[in-house]
Design a protein around this ligand. Structure first.
Ligand code: C2E
Ligand code: CA
Ligand code: CA
Ligand code: CA
Length: 279
């Protein structure tokens, strides 16, 4: 999970010899992170490549540890899930992403959506739906601009409970996207019965898409599947013009990836929007 900037530290490879000690350290530090304002959200633009207009942004958690610097969500989300800390953290993410969306709409970007990742662990909470509802009321956003991202593996960990809550989320007017589509272990049949709006093509399939026949075939098939089922499709991890051309030739125009932008702090996101959408 080493970022190109090289600023991410690796908790599990530090001087502390014992993995479990490291894990206990991380758990305690994460408790304090929420209280001490060490968490923030970065937003990665999602762009319509036909018009070059921003259509939305995915909220991605960042943890700036006081001595260790930026810690990757790939390292701390699993700890947050195991300890249950993902519940208060996930609520904080949703509230702040909705507040940010409200602000973006007030700034005139009234068609932008914000995507928020929900953990399967949050679906085990009885008050998930009332929690989401109260955030919708508190922030006053139009629900159709809030997109919830769930991976297939999260959906199928506790299928009946999750499906019921997905239907309630959908009934609130919120959109649901399947994240990392194509990497789970589920059959495709669920796409018929589950309240899904969008498939996000996993970024692993973008690798060598011009020369890797398997990745090209999988990506094309997901796009066609989405089109035939009347679902939206977003390609993630698009880094090069060649990948973009491939996708556009298949009529996939919703793009998220370094080709357009890395995840950005709020002010940088607002500048990025102004550059794409001069007023
Ligand atoms: P994800 O939901 O699949 O998010 C997309 C990840 O791909 C992000 O990593 C993003 O920075 C990265 N990415 C996007 N475009 C490109 C590209 O063109 N090239 C490359 N190499 N990478 C790209 P990030 O921010 O490190 O997040 C990692 C994972 O952590 C997320 O994967 C998600 O599973 C989890 N995560 C992040 N924020 C949250 C959150 O608020 N709640 C929960 N439950 N999970 C989160
Ligand atoms: Ca995601
Ligand atoms: Ca993803
Ligand atoms: Ca602006």
């Amino acid at each position: 999970s080493k970022e190109k900037s090289g600023t991410y530290h690796h908790f599990f490879k530090s001087e502390m010899s014992d993995w479990s000690m490291e894990s206990i350290y991380l758990e305690n530090a994460l408790y304090k992170a929420l209280e001490n304002d060490e968490l923030s959200l970065h937003y990665q633009p999602q762009v319509d490549s036909k018009t070059n207009r921003i259509i939305g942004a995915e909220a991605l958690l960042r943890w700036n540890h006081p001595t260790r610097g930026m810690v990757s969500p790939i390292e701390f989300i699993p700890v947050a899930e195991e300890t249950g800390l993902i519940v208060p953290i996930g609520k904080w993410v949703l509230l702040n992403a909705c507040k940010q969306l409200k602000k973006l709409h007030a700034q005139g970007n009234s068609n932008m959506s914000v995507s928020v990742n929900l953990s399967g662990r949050q679906f085990e909470e009885d008050d998930l739906i009332p929690m989401i509802e109260s955030i919708l009321v508190e922030t006053g956003i139009a629900p159709e601009f809030l997109h919830i991202e769930l991976t297939e593996n999260q959906i199928f960990k506790n299928t009946h409970v999750t499906l019921e809550k997905m239907r309630e989320i959908k009934a609130l007017g919120i959109k649901i996207a399947v994240d990392d589509f194509g990497t789970g272990y589920s059959s495709l049949g669920y796409l018929k019965n589950f309240p899904i709006d969008t498939l996000k093509i996993d970024r692993s399939f973008m690798f060598d898409i011009l020369t890797d026949k398997d990745n090209a075939a999988i990506t094309s098939t997901i796009i066609t599947l989405a089109q035939n089922l009347n679902l939206n499709v977003i390609a993630e991890g698009v880094e090069t013009a060649e990948q973009l051309e491939f996708l556009m030739a298949k009529n996939c125009f919703n793009i998220q990836g370094y080709y357009y932008s890395k995840p950005l702090p709020v002010e940088a996101l607002e500048n990025y929007i102004d550059i794409l959408t001069p007023k």
